[in-house]
Design a protein around this ligand. Structure first.
Ligand SMILES: C[S@@+](CC[C@H](N)C(=O)[O-])C[C@H]1O[C@@H](n2cnc3c(N)ncnc32)[C@H](O)[C@@H]1O
Length: 214
């Protein structure tokens, strides 16, 4: 995969997103090279960075992509997507108030982040004001992760590409990872898996599923 065309650099084994913002969001290192800033993208803090280092075959993001991000938390991964999708929008849905406050302050400094304080399991509450979404990215760490994904896939019928993080131990503490992964993937509706990336050693029992609408 050509990560350079997405504004992602890999230098001495470390990943960076290239950005105009000189703003460390979670304590990550920032280097200035000529007029751009290189923000280190830490794979233990961000599952997309982990997937890149685990050689995911493709990422659906483009400069002008608009992303529905479910489970944005304090904006770690959101801001790296904001660095990549400079001409698009990141709609960052988060249901917990404390991380949402951080998202608001990030949105004040970055023009392409739109925080939404909502429950991702009820997409009817936000789908009506977004008609331009290209990609769904979900990382919600809930027992009903696939059900939440299916609800959003249905509420956004024009979306063709998605990436779903399956956090196995939020689904069940019993059974093998493989069994739970297989069972949960079989529940995914309207999308078919193109690739499954095990995020070990960066993130234990977490899998990134790259999906395409059927
Ligand atoms: C693993 S963290 C996300 C980390 C984040 N994706 C990142 O890489 O920076 C999961 C987040 O999902 C949020 N969450 C869980 N269930 C949710 C729901 N139903 N709707 C919206 N957010 C939810 C949690 O509050 C938490 O902040």
């Amino acid at each position: 995969m050509d990560i350079a065309s997405l504004g992602i650099a890999k230098v001495h084994g470390k990943l960076y997103t290239v950005t105009k913002y000189n703003d460390s969001v979670y304590g990550e290192d920032i280097k200035r090279i000529e007029k751009a800033y290189f923000r280190e993208w830490e794979p233990k803090r961000s599952k997309i960075a982990a997937a890149i280092l685990k050689r995911v075959k493709e990422l659906p993001f483009r400069k002008n992509s608009s992303i529905l991000y479910l489970g944005a938390s304090t904006g770690t991964t959101t801001t790296h997507l904001s660095d990549i999708c400079t001409e698009g929008r990141i709609y960052a849905v988060e249901k917990a108030y404390d991380p949402f406050v951080k998202l608001i302050s990030l949105a004040e400094r970055r023009e392409n982040i739109y925080p939404i304080l909502e429950d991702a399991s009820i997409p009817e509450r936000y789908a009506f004001f977004m008609d331009n979404i290209d990609i769904i990215y979900q990382d919600v760490a809930q027992r009903n992760q696939v059900q939440i994904f299916n609800a959003n896939a249905k509420a956004f019928p024009k979306v063709k590409d998605a990436m779903l993080i399956l956090k196995i131990r939020s689904i069940s503490g019993k059974g093998s990872e493989e069994e739970i992964l297989k069972r949960e993937m079989a529940k995914i509706e309207n999308f078919r898996p193109l690739e499954v990336v095990n995020l070990q050693p960066y993130s234990k029992a977490n899998y990134l599923i790259r999906l395409k609408r059927t």
